[in-house]
Design a protein around this ligand. Structure first.
Ligand code: 8DG
Length: 150
């Protein structure tokens, strides 16, 4: 029987699953700058990253924040789910409300960080997938909850 190890086309088109943290300090949220040598280098985003191996989204987010910023967080409710197509493929971003538990923020795998008021987001070169989320946060900081993007 003919057997091919080639991934099926539909498999190649699955979005990349990414986790991202919404960390709040009073009315501000944390954004981080991607290292210059990474894809989308220099752009701003919510801290987080891709799932690794068998970990859950919550575990992935805790690991990413530890690796990138040296902080420990509790991962709470899903704030939003964002689907976005880049020219290289699509991402499905699970955005979780997170609570800072400990650690001093360091730039371990980010170039910089800022606490920003969501309404100031246009001053930063934010990843396109995240812009609708920041628009929404500017209008109603507590609410989102729908799958945005497309
Ligand atoms: N972390 C993060 N990634 C985002 C956001 N918005 C957005 O489009 N992305 C995209 C950028 C990347 O293409 C992808 C996440 O990949 P990444 O490179 O940050 O993930 P990672 O830390 O696991 O990367 P790696 O260096 O371990 O390969 O998702 C966001 O708010 N946060």
């Amino acid at each position: 029987m003919a057997c091919s190890n080639k991934p099926k086309r539909e498999h190649l088109m699955q979005p990349l699953i990414v986790t991202a943290a919404l960390l709040r300090k009073r009315n501000q949220v944390l954004i981080t700058q991607r290292p210059a040598d990474k894809p989308h280098g220099g752009m701003w985003e919510l801290p987080g990253g891709k799932l690794d191996g068998n970990e859950s989204p919550q575990q992935a987010l805790q690991r990413e924040l530890r690796e990138e910023l040296g902080i420990e967080v509790a991962v709470e409710a899903v704030f939003d789910v964002v689907y976005h197509r880049y020219d290289w493929g699509a991402v499905l971003i699970l955005v979780y409300e997170c609570r800072w538990l400990g650690g001093k923020l360091q730039h371990l795998e980010v170039d910089d960080h800022r606490w920003i008021y969501p309404q100031d987001h246009s001053r930063y070169d934010i990843l396109p997938a995240d812009r609708p989320l920041f628009e929404q946060l500017s209008i109603s900081p507590e609410c989102s909850g729908s799958i945005t993007g497309g």
